[in-house]
Design a protein around this ligand. Structure first.
Ligand code: FAD
Length: 312
């Protein structure tokens, strides 16, 4: 059994979420290959070759693959799919866009957001916003999987010595073209990879207060900022900070929920955090039921006090 992982990358850097997918792939198969689809992405292939447990890196490098559009990427994966028993993607916006195209063309059922590998054909995945875990046995000849990164440890990114093979690139499908990309820039750590997250909810009241209240705490802790959907929908925080069922799934070492009630859809995105701290003025807020440490207090008083204490 051989697994193929489709790398997440920027054409210069391999995204660390690929390392979590390698761990999942090693639990499914004897051999693991990484496919790098991009342009001038040789550096990414070199990085992928260093990943422990990977035996081969395939590099599909062409100008029309530069933006890793789903249509071309899916076609590139399909051109190689015949050699593999498992095809894995990180469960990111990109992976979730390519994987269904691959599964449909292979006429197999995709297994989404696996959280554990029970056997090479059997996987666990959350359902009902994480309130139940389904164990799924796939009878398909090829398993197309997206991997929930927070449930698999990242494997080491140095020490491996895989060979790199350039593969024939598919022709441009012409079905989509790249127009532009707006990447939000932040000095804060990236949400999905952060070890500490300070997250704010509707209680913050405005975009200005969100920044003024939470940023000092995030800075003193070296944390990423996160937000509830209510905070995002109210315009207090940008969309890419949303944590939850319809936002990002995170599992940092420390998650500090500030003025967040703890709706089931929010918990679905952060309940696997190692230590959860909740600050809320309502003692009955559901967030307290999953918090390791709860502080019943007004955030506008408690957070400045916390920052002050941490600075000294
Ligand atoms: P509220 O529920 O309004 O809670 C605000 C909290 O702040 C309250 O507990 C209150 O006691 C406390 N508070 C108020 N003032 C203060 C103060 N001064 N000091 C301390 N505490 C204070 N939500 C997500 O977060 N992520 C998702 O991905 C997501 N996806 C969804 C998908 C679907 C299909 C649906 C239907 C909903 C989804 N939601 C999601 C929305 C979710 O149901 C909640 O509405 C949302 O999480 C509430 O956000 P909140 O906790 O910030 O706001």
């Amino acid at each position: 059994m051989t697994a193929l992982i489709v790398a997440e990358h920027t054409n210069t850097h391999l995204n660390s979420l690929t390392l979590n997918a390698v761990t999942a792939a090693l639990a499914c198969s004897d051999e693991v290959h990484i496919l790098v689809i991009g342009h001038q992405a040789g550096a990414v292939a070199e990085q992928a070759a260093q990943v422990v447990g990977v035996s081969k890196v395939l590099l599909a490098d062409a100008p029309h693959l530069a933006e890793q559009l789903a249509e071309n990427s899916a076609a590139q994966v399909l051109a190689l799919a015949g050699n593999y028993t498992h095809i894995l993607f990180a469960a990111t916006a990109s992976g979730k866009s390519i994987a269904p195209r691959v599964a449909a063309k292979l006429d197999v059922a995709q297994v989404s957001e696996i959280t554990a590998v029970v056997a090479p054909d059997t996987f666990e995945r959350p359902i009902y916003a994480g309130n139940a875990i389904a164990t799924i046995k796939s009878l398909d000849p090829v398993k197309v999987l997206t991997v929930r990164s927070t449930n698999f440890a990242a494997c080491a990114n140095t020490g491996g010595s895989a060979g790199i093979d350039r593969v024939d690139c598919i022709a441009d499908s012409g079905m989509s073209s790249f127009v532009s990309r707006e990447v939000s820039k932040s000095d804060r750590p990236e949400l999905a990879a952060a070890k500490i997250i300070v997250s704010g909810g509707r209680a913050l009241g405005s975009a200005d207060k969100f920044q003024a209240t939470l940023l000092p705490l995030a800075e003193v802790l070296g944390a990423a900022l996160g937000a509830s959907r209510a905070a995002v929908d109210s315009g207090y925080a940008p969309n890419d900070l949303q944590v939850g069922q319809t936002g990002k799934i995170v599992a940092p070492d420390l998650y500090i929920a500030c003025g967040i009630s703890g709706a089931i859809q929010h918990l679905a995105g952060m309940k696997d955090s190692k230590v959860i701290v909740a600050i809320n003025k309502d003692p009955d807020a559901p967030i307290f039921t999953i918090a390791d440490y709860g502080l019943e207090a007004d955030i506008f008083t408690a957070i400045p006090q916390l920052v002050e204490a941490l600075q000294h």
